[in-house]
Ligand binder design. Sequence first.
Ligand code: SAM
Length: 215
Amino acid sequence: MKKSKSSHQWLKNHEDDEYVKRARAEGYRSRASYKLLEIDARFNLLKPGATVIDLGAAPGGWCQVVIEKIGSQGTLIGIDLLEMEPIPGVTFIQGDFTEAEPFEQLLASLDGRPVDLVFSDMAPNLSGVKNIDQPRAAHLVELSIDFADQVLRPGGGLVCKCFEGDGIQEIRQQYRARYGAVVNFKPKASRDKSRELYLVGQSFSGKSVSRIENR
Ligand code: SAM
């Protein structure tokens, strides 16, 4: 009884949500598109012809925005655990980014091409238990930082969804060791009560931390 009442309330909140309505009217697959539109309006990341990786891409709201901005000369590769309806111009890999095979597939799709931007909107399935969810989310960000170390061109950028809480300071330090400019950004489209924020790193130094530590 309690559960059906709360799922009814969730559905009502969802239906009343300004960004859900806008996404339907404007043809975006998810309200998440507006988060990326805000990030890009503030940081001016997406340029025609860019090469972009979208980690946690389904259902495709960010991919739609990226493709609009990078155009037909750009390259976009997305990965997600879930299926995604095809989007023209997007190479999609269905698999777990934390596992070796999909990860290798992602690298193979790049074929050595230097990447301008790595985006991660990945979020683990939430258990509701903070001590479990927070480290899982932080782990996905750390793997995204490592991946960006391997593929980004010097000067490139990394945007990751993070959650305020344990581990976030360490993640900020990892960003600062690699990126010339690091900003915490909470888009208006991100729900107020959510601890979600995006860490935006620009001007990648081109040096992974192991190389920095060995200097
Ligand atoms: N940015 C997307 C959009 O605009 O439509 C929404 C992304 S949704 C908030 C988070 C996604 O991360 C989910 O689709 C989930 O399946 C994916 N995800 C979580 N862990 C993952 C993993 N280990 N590998 C690949 N995808 C993952």
